[in-house]
Ligand binder design. Structure first.
Ligand code: ADP
Ligand code: ADP
Length: 233
């Protein structure tokens, strides 16, 4: 079954007299458990597509069905609710709270989900364990390496069991060795059944994904199964 189905989605920005077609017509289906990379040159529409797929924004036209729900015409509040439930975000810059422990960072989304403290701690520890960081639960971000910080951010993204893990340039702030370690973690999460979409402009990172969608000028230029998946593990 498809987690994500976009049909002819377009996004237009009006800047004074200028109309910018960030997305012209994008139709993509992503099945549960797929591991997909969105690639494309700067300005091709990657961020716009990611924002729509991640329910941070809605398309100007076309339809987007996420996990069976039509989210294309939702209000900001409805969209926020779907986003919190369905999407786990990972960013280039980690976006961790600097004064909070790894455990508290990971547990944060569960406060909004209404879980009690004991359940939050249990789930956060479990999520940290799934990224190999259970022994760093009480460290603050500044006591962790870049790769460990990104693992904390991934644990936080997954703690609510989202339908989709959406990673925007997840290795952009990491050195090459650490980047490949994070990609090995994504492969492990994929093999456990997680649906992963990552946006990257780096070919050697995209090669880890099992499908590569290339955008150009707001259109899908190619959408191919990746025959040469990179794995190190
Ligand atoms: P990418 O992530 O591939 O670099 P973007 O989705 O950021 O591409 O941008 C696609 C096009 O839309 C670019 O021409 C960009 O300048 C334009 N664009 C993106 N966001 C906005 C915005 N908020 N307002 C106006 N133009 C935008
Ligand atoms: P880019 O990689 O295109 O420079 P960012 O990764 O900073 O952009 O952000 C991509 C989109 O996600 C933007 O629309 C931004 O507003 C949004 N965003 C960034 N950080 C967060 C966050 N912590 N929570 C929710 N939305 C975020």
């Amino acid at each position: 079954s498809n987690v994500i189905e976009t049909t002819d989605i377009a996004k237009t920005y009006v800047m004074g007299a200028e109309v910018i077609h960030a997305l012209r017509s994008v139709s993509i289906q992503i099945a549960r458990g797929e591991y997909v990379a969105f690639m494309g040159p700067s300005g091709s529409g990657k961020s716009t597509l990611m924002n729509i797929v991640g329910c941070l924004d809605t398309p100007s036209s076309g339809q987007y069905i996420l996990n069976g729900q039509d989210v294309s015409r939702m209000s900001d509040n409805e969209l926020a609710e779907v986003r919190n439930k369905e999407i786990g975000f990972v960013f280039q810059s980690f976006n961790l709270l600097p004064r909070a422990s790894a455990l508290d960072n990971v547990a944060l989304p569960l406060i909004y989900a209404g879980l009690n403290k004991r359940d939050r701690t249990e789930r956060a520890v479990e999520s940290l364990r799934s990224v190999g960081l259970a022994d760093r639960a009480h460290h603050r971000p500044n006591e962790l390496s870049g790769g460990q910080r990104q693992r904390v951010a991934i644990a936080r993204a997954l703690v609510n069991n989202p339908s989709v893990l959406l990673a925007d340039e997840p290795t952009g702030a990491l050195d090459s060795k650490t980047s490949h370690e994070i990609m090995d973690l994504f492969e492990a999460l994929h093999s456990k059944g997680n649906t992963i979409i990552m946006v990257t402009h780096e070919e050697d990172i995209a090669r880890y994904a099992h499908r590569i969608v290339r955008l150009r000028d707001g259109l899908v230029e190619s959408d191919e199964r990746n025959a040469q998946v990179t794995t190190h593990a």
